[in-house]
Design a protein around this ligand. Structure first.
Ligand code: PLP
Length: 360
């Protein structure tokens, strides 16, 4: 079976973990600091703050910016649920704006219509490894005095005009095992702002600037040195992993027939966290079964847009229509694109997809 994701663990990661275990320093320590410094440098920012997950990175970034009850945060309905849930954790409300049908990211032309006096921030999601329309979003934010928090959980090393995801404003990343690099579980916040970085570090550590002296309400969102050791070893391989993903994607785009392949707008570096095609005409699920029967694992990210999730409808009363996101949820399917694929695997995927009868 060719799996949709496959974490790449080599001798470097194993050795790094063993060194931590032998060191006796298991919780947040020197490896976390080293991982933070290397990650900040990869993104081209001054500070990186490690956390326990992408979700806690998002939550913490919003708390550090003072987002809370009564505030609205504009975001995409077509993403992993934690992009919007992290807004809810602060007491604020996510306000959804529909997506662009070509990029699957926030349609920046619709953002201004969603701004109200309560809007505090825009939370663009760089879905599948392609940055959102960040140039336009930064201008809108500036015009209206809004914060921007980038959900770059799927976009390690992605770029717009040569500038990295997570360096346009406050960035948030995930190191879940399916991501372009992993620390098993983990997250990171990136920022150039000294005050926001300091606030993130304080809230990550129970709101304590000095040990056992609490200044504000905080959490335990600390990454362990065991996870940081894995993340640091992986970070050294990120460029190679991304280059391989990009090459795998190029192979698919050249050879696939009958499905709508991903768009990479000019000026963008898409790092293909996912290679996502559209299968139209209500045949997506049949396509997934067809691929599975030929040994290819595919997945749908995401089958239900957030504004249609049961919790959002029944408990929070969301009653909005986002036709582009809703259509995408019916049509998208991601093919394996990870760096462990062999040339044979790539050919198997293409042959399986091109033999789907209704598409050919
Ligand atoms: C777009 C997006 N946002 C947020 C998250 C949350 O990250 P984590 O699973 O590390 O909490 C993920 C990861 O699954 C994601 O893909």
């Amino acid at each position: 079976m060719i799996h949709i994701a496959k974490p790449q663990m080599g001798p470097e990661e194993k050795q790094a973990v063993l060194e931590v275990l032998d060191s006796g320093m298991l919780a947040q320590g020197p490896r976390v600091k080293a991982f933070e410094e290397a990650f900040a440098s990869m993104c081209g920012v001054k500070h990186a703050i490690a956390t326990t997950s992408g979700t806690t990175a998002l939550h913490l970034a919003m708390l550090a910016h003072g987002i809370g009850a009564g505030d609205e945060v504009i975001t995409s309905p077509f993403t992993f649920i934690s992009s919007a849930n992290s807004v809810l954790f602060t007491g604020a409300s996510p306000v959804f704006v529909d997506i662009d049908p070509m990029t699957f990211n926030l349609d920046s032309a619709q953002i201004e219509a969603a701004i109200t006096p309560r809007t505090r921030a825009i939370l663009p999601v760089h879905l599948y490894g392609l940055m959102a329309d960040i140039g336009a979003i930064m201008k809108i934010a500036e015009r209206h005095g809004l914060l921007v928090i980038e959900d770059a959980c799927q976009a390690h090393g992605a770029e717009y005009l040569g500038k990295r995801a997570g360096s346009f404003s406050t960035g948030t990343f995930s190191f879940y095992p399916t991501k372009n690099i992993t620390s098993a579980e983990g997250g990171m916040i990136t920022t150039d702002d000294d005050t926001i970085a300091e606030s993130c570090r304080t809230i990550r550590q129970h709101g304590m600037r000095r040990r056992y002296y609490q200044d504000e309400l905080g959490f335990n969102f600390r990454m362990t040195d065991v996870h940081a050791a894995i993340g640091l070893a992986q970070l050294g391989k990120l460029e190679r992993f991304n280059t391989t993903r990009i090459a795998n994607a190029a192979f698919y785009t050249e050879h696939l027939r009958g499905v709508a392949t991903p768009t990479v707008p000019n000026g963008y570096r898409h790092v293909f966290h996912q290679y996502t095609v559209r299968v139209a005409g209500g045949r997506r699920d049949a396509f997934v079964e067809h691929m599975k029967a030929r040994g290819v694992g595919c997945a749908t990210y995401y089958p239900v847009p957030i504004h249609k999730q049961t919790y959002y409808v029944n408990e929070l009363g969301y009653d909005v229509s986002m036709p582009v996101a809703e259509q995408a949820a019916l049509e998208v399917v991601s093919l394996p694109v990870h760096p462990a694929l062999s040339e044979d695997d790539l050919r198997t995927v293409v042959e399986a997809a091109n033999s789907f009868p209704e598409v050919a």
